[in-house]
Design a binder for this molecule. Structure first.
Ligand code: GRF
Length: 208
């Protein structure tokens, strides 16, 4: 069974969606550890509630980005993690970490990449910029992680309507409910079933 490690920083609603899909049998996998870079992340509590190993690894204590990434690599390897999920992880990882799990790290971004993405585009800012631009649809993207922020091969995208009276908060919630919590578990399920193949940076589904 596929062993998953997760990286979180915040509320962990995407993590919850994946836990729920594992528990209801839709995804054949096990989350072996959840790692946060914030000691108080509610995502850690969510993991604990489901009997999942949950740890805080401090970047400050690690002293440098390199040491921090080495600690993460060592931790995930010691748990036997085969797929790493960034689920609201608010920190960028370098080539060092990415190379240790090549084509085995996924991220969810709350916009239709390549719109509203890249360095600095996280949290509410993504939705504020979408509203500023006046786009009529936005959405979410699950992609494999490469060393460039939000630029790795795209696995699944789902569009979400933008309404005239949306605030960034309202739009963020709709994108989560209608897109993120649907496509992230779906991408993980496909990976667990060996149905994703990367060819020249393009993800192909091999079940259709
Ligand atoms: C989500 O909007 C996700 O797309 C982004 O960070 C947010 C995390 O939310 N990367 P949660 O911690 O999963 O609730």
């Amino acid at each position: 069974m596929l062993k998953i490690g997760a990286l979180v920083s915040g509320g962990g609603t995407n993590l919850q969606a994946i836990i729920d899909n594992i528990e209801n049998g839709s995804i054949n996998a096990e989350i072996v550890t959840v790692v946060s870079n914030k000691s108080k992340a509610y995502a850690l509590e969510r993991a604990e509630k489901h009997g999942i190993d949950a740890v805080f690894i401090s970047k400050k204590e690690a002293g440098s980005q390199e040491n921090y990434e080495d600690k993460l690599i060592e931790h995930f390897k010691s748990k036997g993690a085969e797929l790493i999920l960034m689920a609201g992880f608010m920190s960028i990882l370098s080539e060092r970490f990415v190379n240790a799990f090549e084509n085995r790290i996924m991220n969810i971004h709350p916009a239709l990449i390549p719109s509203f993405c890249g360095e600095g585009y996280y949290g509410l800012k993504v939705h504020e910029e979408a509203l500023k631009k006046g786009v009529k649809v936005t959405g979410a993207t699950v992609h494999f992680v490469t060393k460039e922020a939000d630029a790795g091969p795209i696995i699944i995208q789902k569009a979400v309507e933008v309404k005239d009276d949306d605030t960034a908060e309202v739009l963020q919630k709709r994108v989560m409910e209608e897109a993120e919590w649907v496509i992230y578990p779906e991408a993980v399920r496909l990976f667990a079933e060996n149905k994703l193949k990367i060819e020249n940076n393009i993800v192909r589904r091999i079940d259709r």
